[in-house]
Write a new protein. Structure first.
Ligand SMILES: Nc1ncnc2c1ncn2[C@@H]1O[C@H](COP(=O)(O)OP(=O)(O)OP(=O)(O)O)[C@@H](O)[C@H]1O
Ligand SMILES: [Mg+2]
Length: 247
């Protein structure tokens, strides 16, 4: 992928949390309209990678470029303003606010060429189920509904790129394809997506590129089909090749 085709590029990122060296020379890239998955088991460094990109953690070394700008060391608010939306692992919705208010907040935090009405319409179009719960408080939602709201809220930011941390975690198998379809719809609207996922079996089939992270190091990068041929990597992430053949 040439430099012109890169939207986000992370190059040899090293991140420490206190004295622990958590990310070791992590490099990855996401191009326009791509769906890229960062796969790794619990504690591998997925959330740390996303939090570093978003400015919540300051890297020791390495570069993070988004839309041609170096964003390493910038504040989370500034990075969000530049068009990086985020749906965190725990959803982190505002429990005391209604669904409608949660989604609306994003239209205040970032101004774009689209009107607030257009952006809200877009978020509800991707997650029509939320329309019924507009008046409900965050506390009155199920885990799956909170996940949808968290992604819808990030979408209402009208981001150029979305970072989703474990969007499928804790969801029933029946709803995973539904959320997967909503994510695909997001990309057809022109947004790029980076997903952190601990379960290789949840990686959507339309994923363009996959990175495997283990103990803070990228140990694989390539098209998803390739990972199923790599026994050593499959052992790390707990993927069973026979599963794939049934899909
Ligand atoms: N605030 C912190 N203080 C100390 N260590 C931390 C902190 N946050 C994360 N770590 C450590 O950094 C490593 C990577 O954690 P991270 O949250 O990035 O993993 P993850 O891949 O997102 O895992 P999971 O699938 O469980 O969400 C782990 O060993 C974790 O214990
Ligand atoms: Mg995590």
């Amino acid at each position: 992928m040439g430099a012109a085709g890169v939207m986000l590029s992370v190059d040899r990122l090293n991140v420490y949390i206190q004295a622990s060296h958590i990310l070791r020379d992590v490099s990855l890239a996401v191009g326009p309209r791509e769906v890229v998955c960062l796969v790794g088991r619990n504690g591998a460094g997925k959330t740390t990678t996303l939090r570093s990109i978003l400015g919540y953690l300051a890297p020791q070394s390495g570069t993070i470029r988004f839309l041609g700008r170096d964003i390493a060391g910038r504040r989370p608010f500034e990075i969000a303003q530049q068009g990086l939306g985020f749906a965190p692992e725990d959803s982190a919705i505002f429990a005391d606010l209604t669904v409608a208010e949660n989604v609306e907040i994003s239209t205040w935090t970032r101004k774009t060429s689209r009107t607030a009405e257009e952006r809200l319409a877009l978020a509800y179009a991707v997650f029509p189920a939320l329309t019924r719960y507009r008046a409900r408080k965050g506390t009155q939602l199920s885990g799956g509904e909170r996940k949808m709201l968290s992604i819808a809220r990030a979408l209402a930011l009208d981001p150029t790129m979305l970072l989703l941390d474990e969007p499928f975690e804790g969801l029933s198998p029946a709803i995973i394809p539904e959320i997967g379809q909503s994510i695909l719809e997001i990309t057809t609207m022109g947004h790029a997506i980076l997903i952190a996922e601990s379960n290789i079996h949840h990686v959507p089939e339309y994923t363009t590129r996959l990175y495997v992270i283990e103990r803070g190091e990228i140990v694989f990068s390539g098209p998803p089909a390739e990972v199923w041929k790599d026994e050593a990597v499959l052992r790390i992430i707990g993927g069973t090749p026979s599963w794939q053949s049934f899909r």
